[in-house]
Design a binder for this molecule. Structure first.
Ligand code: PHE
Length: 341
């Protein structure tokens, strides 16, 4: 019996030391120490031993069990160490290699200009409002005092969705004046930037989609002097202090009186140059006093309240600020262009 235990000791030690993974080790544990294992089989023969031999063999067998358990634990630790080593080796990073640069984008130059304008108006207590690009002809035209038959309602100028001409892509941000007057408590100070659409062929200065910023103030006792003072201030903030402006009479159906605001060309100081196309002046926006008919159509009493409004093109402003000569560059999203800002 002693020989059998010695043989098991030698065989198990070698097998355990050579186990290549945890599964193999577990199989050996079952093989030697399990219920049907080799050590159990030897112990079952203890019945044939004498009373003196039995405790001695029992002690030897217990000792062997402890030895085998310890050997298995040792090998398990060793296998874990080897596996970890292999894993670390496989995942090793060479921290001395140069990194891969992740290019990061930035805001589009036109939106930088828009942010600047928003800041100016927020600083004067205006709120920024947003509205639908798919609009009712009622809001884009009728409520703005633009009658049926007005040339801007023409099918050749406007993208209509329905044959009856009821639904369209807004051709201007001015319908936001009506939305604001219909929904907001008085007084109102708002700007509404957004996309507008016209059936224009694409060239260096035209696109069927472009951006406008609408602005409007409605309060008691608002006059044309407020319009001029506010817009002069805005122009100075955008183009610099001392920028000379000119308010030229104009016509819009929804303002009365109406005007266009020009700035004196900052390039030539008014003498005439390619930037101002020889005019000495650059047109910046259309504006005027909100027409009494528009006010009353929105439920505001024109005898109590008055207001002014303006609309300006955002692309033109950005082109002036960044000296961009072709409108198409703003929409093409060519990284070689955008990277320059
Ligand atoms: N909506 C006009 C345009 O697109 C501009 C404008 C806005 C004029 C507000 C007066 C008042 O030309």
């Amino acid at each position: 019996m002693k020989e059998m235990l010695e043989a098991l000791r030698a065989a198990s030690r070698q097998a355990i030391d050579e186990a290549v993974d945890l599964d193999a080790l577990e199989a050996l544990r079952v093989k030697y120490l399990g219920k049907k294992g080799e050590l159990t089989a030897i112990l079952k023969q203890m019945g044939g031993l004498s009373a003196e031999e039995r405790p001695v063999m029992g002690q030897l067998a217990n000792q062997l069990r402890a030895e085998i358990e310890a050997a298995i634990d040792r090998q398990r630790t060793e296998l874990g160490r080897v596996m970890l080593e292999k894993k670390l080796e496989a995942e090793a990073l060479d921290v001395t290699l140069p990194g891969v640069e992740q290019p990061s984008g930035h805001k589009h130059p036109m939106y930088n200009v828009l942010d600047q304008i928003k800041d100016i108006f927020i600083g004067m207590g205006f709120e920024i409002v947003d509205g639908p690009e798919v609009e009712l002809a009622d809001y884009n035209f009728t409520k703005l005092n633009i009658d049926e038959g007005h040339p801007s309602r023409d099918w050749t100028d406007t993208f209509y969705f329905t044959k009856d001409g009821r639904i369209l892509l807004r051709t201007q941000t001015s319908p936001m004046q009506v939305h604001a007057m219909e929904t907001k408590p008085l007084p109102i100070r708002m700007i509404a930037p957004g996309r507008v659409y016209r059936k224009d062929e694409v060239d260096a200065t035209h696109s069927p989609m472009f951006h406008q910023i609408e602005g409007m103030v409605i309060d008691k006792g608002v006059t044309m002097a407020d319009l001029k003072a506010t817009l002069n201030l805005v122009v100075e903030k955008i183009y610099g202090k001392g920028t000379v402006t000119r308010f030229r009479p104009h016509h819009f159906p929804f303002t009365e009186p109406s005007c266009e605001l020009d700035i004196q060309c900052h390039k030539c100081g008014g003498k005439g140059c390619p930037t101002c196309k020889g005019e000495g002046w650059i047109e910046v926006l259309g504006a005027g006093m909100v027409h009494p008919k528009v006010l009353s159509g929105c439920g505001i009493d024109p005898d109590v309240y008055s207001g002014w409004a303006f609309g300006m093109g955002l692309e033109r402003l950005a082109m002036g600020e960044y000296k961009i000569t072709d409108l198409r560059l703003i929409f093409e999203n060519d990284v070689r262009f955008l990277e320059q800002f």
